[in-house]
Design a binder for this molecule. Structure first.
Ligand code: ZN
Length: 328
């Protein structure tokens, strides 16, 4: 266990294959971040996405085995069912896991309608299991994607507008309040969705949310740079105005945690279809710099206190992962 204060990352994609691409990092790669001199990595929240040809349970057991072998810190698990039913998933849930659903990605087979999300809440009644939701309204994404062909990386911003996130967040918050079921909204990128979440928390204390450093530190101009395709991730970076307001909302304490949504692919995989942005695997790296990037940009400039960053990157994520004080 590191003797220095650690940071935890609640949202990490590691050690699995996504959309046909092997992720760049293994559990052993992340374990190296535990040995460094600056603030080391503590616990990680890792996704297990059900895939063709293997049950969610079998994939989870295989990843659990590799994590126990190669990662010395705590691993919390976010299980993403695709085919598995609630009867199959509920026995897998304990204090070290929760569920993740997507309101988009129909083509990848990950999509859950609002009705299905509501049904999961009903099925999990009495289990208190938090449901993480990737909120982008799929119909809105389809509508805007039809209007904006994917010719350049910046088109990603037009195809997946803030409106898509806002619409889905609104629906999912309604479901959480109706069913009084704990919900965590991942990678909030739009100030308007953050405000909806802030308001909904007044009605139901089981609502939490995160944003990622890249929505606080970058804007859509990054997707106009020469290597823009390497920055394609979902949701996309937003306008400078939205980025600025998101920082203000962070200062106001609207976000429960910061998490990286680390989803690194190899440079070769990211570059292979650089001229066909729709084929570029979606996701960017971030676990290594989750704490340090925000420290340099916001703490060193006096915009955020060190205590607040510690709350966002250590204290509160530890709570969400049901950790006790001594764990890392
Ligand atoms: Zn993610």
């Amino acid at each position: 266990m590191p003797t220095k204060p650690v940071y935890h990352d609640f949202h990490v994609h590691v050690g699995e294959t996504i959309a046909g691409y092997r992720l760049r990092d293994s559990f052993a790669d992340l374990n190296r971040l535990r040995q460094r001199d600056e603030r080391p990595l503590g616990a990680i929240g890792v996704f297990v996405t059900e895939a063709a040809g293997i049950t969610l349970k079998d994939k989870y057991m295989a990843m659990l085995h590799r994590a126990q072998r190669d990662y010395e810190g705590k691993v919390f698990w976010h299980l993403s069912p695709v085919q598995s039913t609630a009867e199959e998933v509920v026995p897998l849930l304990d204090a070290h896991s929760d569920i993740k659903l997507y309101s988009t990605y129909r083509n990848a087979g990950l999509y859950s309608s609002y009705e299905v999300i509501g049904r999961w809440m009903q099925a999990l009644q009495g289990h208190e299991t938090r449901i993480l939701v990737h909120c982008e309204d799929d119909l809105t994404v389809q509508e805007y994607s039809a209007k904006h062909p994917f010719r350049h990386p910046h088109d990603h911003c037009l195809r997946r507008p803030e409106l898509a996130e806002v619409r889905a967040v609104e629906r999912v918050l309604d479901l959480a309040i109706t069913h009084q079921h704990p919900v965590h909204i991942v990678h909030v990128s739009s100030p308007q969705s953050a405000l909806l979440i802030k308001a909904a928390k007044q009605h139901f204390a089981g609502i939490t949310c995160e944003t990622a450093p890249h929505y606080l530190l970058f804007n859509e101009d990054k997707l106009k740079e020469p290597q823009a395709h390497r920055y394609i991730c979902t949701p996309p970076f937003r306008s400078e105005k939205s980025r600025g307001i998101l920082v203000e909302l962070l200062q106001d304490g609207v976000f429960d945690i910061l998490a990286s949504d680390h989803c690194a692919f190899t440079e070769a995989d990211k570059d292979r279809y650089r001229d066909e942005p729709e084929q570029v695997p979606c996701g960017i790296a971030g676990v290594e710099t989750l704490y340090s990037s925000v420290y340099s940009a916001l703490v060193e400039t006096g915009k955020l206190s060190e205590a607040e960053l510690d709350r966002l990157c250590r204290i509160k994520p530890a709570e969400l992962m049901n950790m006790d004080e001594l764990q890392d």
